[in-house]
Design a binder for this molecule. Structure first.
Ligand code: G3P
Length: 216
């Protein structure tokens, strides 16, 4: 399984990329709005210049023709861009056109296995079930990930499943266990995945004990 970082914060992206643990970044309008940058394209290009195979950028049009034109435009900015298209009739129509043009797409705001299946049928490169937002309303978000993985495998559909709207490290483990191809995680969750208090205690104790050895 691969890990993407779910943020538009360039410092966090640089740090995670330096650690070698992420192979992509997913952004959305809400994440971009949190950052100071006013030049959206410049911010995207800064991320795309990092050694990342995948950078998801959301198309904002609501009609199919607008999505198609936006996807053609955004995908021309850099080779590692994937265009996020939301689940809707317009989104399906747009992906069925641009997937034939080899533009990579991420079918986003996916909340059911049916939506994921339709995305795969029209040729989306990725579908993104939003796990946390389903959990928030007392649904089993990870079940959508599991169902999509199982269905795609059964019918040899090449669409990859990105477990999105990840809220904590246990979501990442669950996504890995059900076979998600990718989990896109917020920076704080990525850092939580690295840390363990017993590791910190162990490192400190080894260092203390070694200092005692060196005194001898
Ligand atoms: O990748 C989708 C993600 O950005 C949504 O996360 O926490 O807003 O539900 P959240």
């Amino acid at each position: 399984m691969r890990i993407f970082l779910d943020t538009a914060n360039i410092e966090h992206i640089r740090h995670a990329a330096k650690l070698g643990i992420i192979s992509g970044v997913t952004t959305n309008p809400s994440l971009v709005a949190r950052e100071k940058s006013v030049d959206f394209k410049a911010a995207v290009l800064e991320i795309c210049a990092l050694p990342l195979e995948h950078v998801s950028v959301e198309a904002l049009s609501l009609d199919a023709q607008g999505m198609i034109e936006e996807a053609r435009h955004i995908s021309s900015w850099a080779p590692n861009i994937t265009v996020k298209i939301p689940v809707s009739e317009a989104g399906l129509e747009a992906i069925s056109v641009i997937s034939r043009e080899k533009i990579k797409t991420n079918f986003t705001l996916c909340f059911s296995a049916n939506q994921a299946l339709l995305g795969a049928i029209v040729g989306a490169t990725y579908v993104s079930p939003f796990v946390g937002r389903l959990d928030d309303i007392s649904h089993q978000g990870m079940q959508v990930v599991e169902d999509a993985v199982e269905i795609f495998k059964k019918y040899d559909l090449h669409t990859q499943v990105i477990a999105a709207s990840i809220r904590h490290p246990l979501h990442v483990i669950a996504a890995a266990k059900v076979g998600a191809h990718i989990a896109t995680v917020p920076y704080n969750v990525l850092m939580q995945m690295i840390r363990h208090p017993l590791t910190d205690i162990g490192i400190a104790r080894f260092a203390d004990d070694w200092r005692e050895v060196m005194k001898k």
